[in-house]
Design a protein around this ligand. Structure first.
Ligand code: AR6
Length: 170
């Protein structure tokens, strides 16, 4: 089941929330800042101990003061025009998060619009990739069974709805 939610990812009742982090994993603005603020200082210590994460990969921590089981920190690509592997790297973020959720027996996972803020990925292209990766994962796997695209504004939510409709009509 795929859902689109409009609101703050730190407020969701799910097993896993995904953070759109940077490669140093030391916090930042946007959704990363919101997650660190909500989780409390223990999260920064946990991230420091991990020591970083390459673009396109994922690292997991516990969630501290956020009432979910896990936080998956993934690092999306910075958009530089689209010919420097950005689509593959963004796809890889979704694939790695979904595969880890399955390995950890997580039943529900919420994604923000990875790379669509500070990293400047064109939202319509990013949403296409997000929906495709999630649908492909569900078709072959079925777990985690509940996947939420968490959007911070209504335009982004509209893009997800349109892309999900388009995918179903393929
Ligand atoms: N809940 C859900 N979505 C959110 C929230 C929230 N609380 N806050 C922002 N968004 P961004 P990126 C949306 O910039 O582009 C950080 O500084 C936001 O509207 O958070 O991957 C990191 O440390 C946008 O649609 O992530 C990195 O340095 C989406 O989340 C860098 O930004 C992603 O925007 C990563 O940039």
């Amino acid at each position: 089941m795929i859902k689109v939610h409009l609101g703050d990812i730190t407020r969701l009742n799910v097993d896993v929330i995904v953070n759109a982090a940077n490669a140093r994993l030391l916090g930042g603005g946007g959704v990363d800042g919101a997650i660190h603020r909500a989780a409390g200082p223990g999260l920064l210590d946990a991230c420091r101990n991990i020591g970083g994460c390459p673009v396109g990969e994922v690292r997991a921590t516990s969630a501290f003061s956020i009432p979910v089981k896990r936080i998956y920190h993934t690092v999306g690509p910075v958009w530089r025009g689209g010919r420097l592997g950005e689509p593959e790297l963004l796809s890889s973020c979704y694939r790695h998060c979904l595969a880890l959720a399955r390995r950890e027996s997580m039943r529900s996972i919420a994604f923000p619009a990875i790379s669509c803020g500070v990293y400047d990925y064109p939202p319509s292209l990013a949403v296409e990739i997000a929906v495709e990766q999630v649908q492909q994962h569900l078709e072959k796997d079925g777990e985690p069974q509940s996947i939420i695209f968490c959007c911070f504004d209504a335009e982004m939510a509209e893009l997800y709805h349109a892309q999900l409709d388009a995918y179903v009509r393929r």
